[in-house]
Design a protein around this ligand. Structure first.
Ligand SMILES: Cc1ncc(C[n+]2csc(CCOP(=O)(O)OP(=O)(O)O)c2C)c(N)n1
Ligand code: SF4
Ligand SMILES: [Mg+2]
Length: 327
């Protein structure tokens, strides 16, 4: 089937036809964050309440009395997503509400940085919620400032090309896994079958569940809006953003075979890396390689063997770095 995306089977055919995100929302063209919400809600259905701290999504949803989602959404202060979701869960339980999933939905700034105390506390208490961090790797809503999710070498408004981001991206899944939460996973907007499977898996677990969802931002990444899906696919295929899941903080499963697409291919697509020298790009490649070794090691310890390089469910050709379903 020609899906219009270079003939790839993208997994879209498996998705629910229900839409819970109305057209007419106010995201930029090609916004990964809007697509992220659209896909996640297709997996959750309408028995979900969203808790939203300050972020681009506050704007995307529309201003009162308009509202772009077909599910309830609670706006809350920037640092409070996990705390507000904890309160909402307790309230629903207190009134004996019908089964409803509480989903905190926050950006990387609201998760990695300012909301960190709240998320750590809720994870430590194993509060019953799904927490989705849609990661566009900077504070986009306020003009592309660096967050601790911004990757090494990236331009942002506060890390200009002459002095780009010089710290590695925070390992948020590793940190959450260290809280021994029942389920944590990475996914992207360009891997809908992986995303839906992980949301479905999270729905079947009680306690604190964390999804780290890569959601490219055209203005922030300086990519054309038509290249958002390609950027997210290359993030995975190059190993910059590996797909994996961690159960109970100890068992790690890689959902992809070893990356073989050079990181340079991912970097060269985006204007935020345009200033990098060959040496700096090589440094990023070495960090990605080292991270892959660590993850593969953890997978080996969990499963006693390497991730199986079975042909991808996405394109039928078993391209390196593509997704391996995990039962
Ligand atoms: C306490 C507080 N500080 C700062 C802000 C301003 N503010 C609103 S949204 C935002 C950026 C959010 O970044 P992120 O969480 O990454 O979401 P994104 O905008 O990238 O979607 C900031 C700094 C605020 N609302 N509250
Ligand atoms: S700035 Fe980026 S994250 Fe925000 S609405 Fe636009 S594309 Fe989406
Ligand atoms: Mg952000």
């Amino acid at each position: 089937m020609n899906t219009g995306w270079g003939g790839m089977n993208t997994g879209w055919s498996e998705l629910s036809r229900e839409e819970y995100l109305h057209p007419g929302h106010v995201a930029c063209q090609g916004c990964g964050a809007a697509l992220a919400m659209r896909l996640v809600l297709k997996a959750t259905g309408d028995r979900v309440m969203v808790v939203l701290p300050a972020a681009c999504w506050t704007i995307i949803d529309g201003s009162f009395p308009t509202h772009a989602l077909r599910v309830p959404l609670l706006h809350t202060a920037f640092e409070t997503a996990a705390a507000a979701a904890t309160g909402l869960r307790a309230g629903l339980d207190a009134v004996g509400a019908p089964p409803t999933t509480v989903m905190a939905w926050a950006g990387d700034g609201g998760t990695f940085d300012i909301g960190f105390q709240a998320i750590s506390s809720a994870a430590e208490r194993d509060e019953d919620m799904i927490y989705v961090c849609y990661d566009n790797e900077a504070y986009m809503n306020t003009g592309i400032q660096r967050s601790s999710a911004t990757p090494w070498g990236a331009w942002t408004a506060t890390t200009p090309a002459a002095r780009p981001q010089d710290r590695p991206k925070k390992d948020i899944v590793g940190i959450l896994a260290a809280h021994r939460i029942p389920y944590a996973a990475t996914t992207t907007v360009a891997h809908p079958d992986d995303l839906v499977r992980k949301v479905t898996r999270a729905l079947g677990v009680r306690g604190f569940r964390f999804l780290h969802l890569l959601a490219p931002c055209p203005p922030g990444w300086k990519v054309d809006s038509s290249l958002v899906i390609k950027a997210a696919r290359l993030a995975v295929a190059s190993g910059v953003f590996p797909l994996y899941e961690v159960e109970d903080g100890v068992r790690l499963t890689l959902n992809m075979s070893a990356p073989t697409v050079p990181v340079a291919e991912y970097l060269s697509l985006q204007g935020r890396f345009a200033h990098l020298t060959e040496e700096q790009a090589a440094h990023i490649q070495s960090m990605v390689d080292a991270r892959w070794v660590d993850l593969e090691d953890w997978h080996l310890r969990t499963h006693g063997g390497p991730p199986i390089g079975i042909p991808s469910a996405l394109d039928g050709h078993g391209r390196p770095g593509d997704v391996v379903p995990h039962g």
